[in-house]
Design a protein around this ligand. Structure first.
Ligand code: SF4
Length: 370
């Protein structure tokens, strides 16, 4: 394994609100309150999202007094990379960030080369919470408990950091093309900050990431799924389903006791009716648990007639508690779904040499300091 390990310590944080938590219209309001001319908003926005300024001192288009006033009111940087890992074959970067209050989160950058009609993608998997309260049994983050919600700025900064990584390594040729809210935490349990992050990422004067290139994943918080259907953004929805019946799903996903499969699928139907957008169902395939032909048949029945796609994710081989099915079994499960009329793909595995699975690096970093 040729990984590059970079560890840097961070000093004690100061706790001011971050300017990165503001949408462009909120920044404009703040400028108005500071009695600044309208054009200051764009100067600051450009400095942050165009020039990657990390302090107000770097915003040299602003008058000195304003820079000082802004520095008294706001922070600019909200996270600092502690550990950066690069996978052996070079397609995955994983970063463990330290937030200003010392919490740790993970972000993953995946480089996919284009095949056939599909274009090359630079996808970032971002965290929305430090830790997670939902306790899915196959997930390293779920075993670590909940710490706190991330702010919108902490969510967005993971993307801007990866944009900087790509710019540095490609001479400015590449930038992030897709964002998946599938890292640490449940995005819909931090709904408002997640949607604010979507707004900032989508801003056409800033990061300019198309809403259709963003995917929000959820274990199935039904009220928030219905709320998402009413949002103006055409983001994609991915449901972590992972089991075709309540008995099995409740065993591996405690949230199923709150909203069972029937309620969840009904919410998905309403979401599709309202948005006319396809829903992705994520299915972690675990040997001996949910990978039998009978499970595939149940899944086909469950999703019959839904505008959807199933993404099979063979369970991470480093999860001590569960075994990964062999290739034959994975292929058989996929083929059964396909024959049952369900569009399906098996997720390409990347970055296993750098613990790219959610929560693994944080767990490793914490145990190293115990
Ligand atoms: S899979 Fe997602 S929702 Fe479940 S415990 Fe892990 S981070 Fe939380």
């Amino acid at each position: 394994m040729t990984t590059t390990l970079r560890i840097s310590d961070t000093s004690a944080p100061e706790h001011r609100p971050s300017i990165l938590d503001l949408t462009r219209s909120e920044l404009a309001e703040s400028m108005e309150e500071m009695r600044q001319p309208k054009f200051r908003t764009m100067q600051i926005w450009q400095a942050i999202y165009g020039e990657s300024a990390k302090s107000f001192d770097e915003m040299t288009t602003l008058p000195k007094l304003l820079r000082a006033n802004l520095a008294n009111a706001y922070d600019v940087s909200v996270l600092e990379p502690m550990i950066s890992l690069h996978s052996k074959e070079g397609s995955v970067d994983k970063v463990l960030f330290k937030l200003n209050d010392g919490e740790l989160i993970e972000t993953v950058l995946m480089r996919y080369s284009g095949r056939g009609d599909s274009r090359a993608r630079r996808t970032v998997c971002i965290s929305t919470q430090a830790g997670c309260a939902l306790g899915c049994t196959f997930c390293a983050t779920g075993q670590q408990g909940f710490r706190r919600n991330l702010s919108a700025g902490e969510i967005v900064s993971q993307v801007t950091h990866m944009n900087e990584v790509l710019a540095e390594t490609t001479g400015g040729e590449e930038r992030v093309t897709n964002v998946v809210f599938m890292g640490m935490g449940e995005p819909m349990a931090n709904y408002d900050n997640t949607m604010k992050a979507v707004n900032i990422l989508n801003d056409d004067e800033g990061i300019r990431l198309g809403a259709r290139n963003m995917t929000i994943s959820t274990v199935g918080l039904v009220p928030q799924i219905l709320r998402l259907a009413e949002e103006p953004y055409q983001v994609n929805l991915a449901i972590s389903l992972h089991a075709p019946n309540d008995r099995l799903r409740s065993r591996i996903m405690p949230i199923n006791a709150r909203w069972n499969i029937a309620t969840l699928i009904q919410a998905c139907r309403q979401y599709i009716e309202k948005t006319n957008r396809r829903v992705s169902f994520e299915y972690v395939l675990i040997a001996g648990e949910n990978d039998k032909p009978v499970h595939a048949e149940e899944l086909i029945g469950l999703l019959d007639g839904l505008l959807c796609h199933v993404n099979i994710i063979p369970v991470n081989a480093t999860e001590a508690r569960y075994d990964r099915p062999d290739q034959g079994r994975i292929g058989k499960f996929r083929d059964l779904l396909r024959r049952g009329g369900i569009p399906v793909t098996v997720r390409i595995e990347k970055g296993t040499d750098i613990n790219a699975g959610c929560g693994q690096l944080r767990a490793r970093a914490i145990s190293a300091t115990d």
